[in-house]
Design a protein around this ligand. Sequence first.
Ligand SMILES: C=C(N)C(=O)O
Length: 131
Amino acid sequence: MTNKITISTPDAPPAVGPYAQGTQALGFAFCSGQLPINPETGAVPEGVEAQTRQSLSNVAAVLAAAGASMDDVLKTTVFLKDMNDFPLMNAIYATYFPGDPPARSTIEVARLPKDVLVEVEAIALAKLKGV
Ligand SMILES: C=C(N)C(=O)O
């Protein structure tokens, strides 16, 4: 028996591989790396600013399905295709965390699924369930 709960929501894009949109256990929610895919259209917007916005909106949707919000985020990881996009990504990212921002790591990677420019994953506090 496991206390692991799978997070699943139509408000974020479905996984593009064998992983859950997120998981939840012991008061924490783990949001998989969110690609900047619009969950309604399946489209990826142009440019790192729009892509950062979409990825973070998808993170928020996954966390909402776990009863958590962006205020509950403890740690994120941002994967960037090009570290030159760091300032543009930061400008959008900051609007999602207007209060105390969470811990974060930003990593430049050679390539991301769907050849997107950015992907964001998150760990957040969530309501205790399944214990
Ligand atoms: C997009 C992902 N989170 C993945 O492929 O793991």
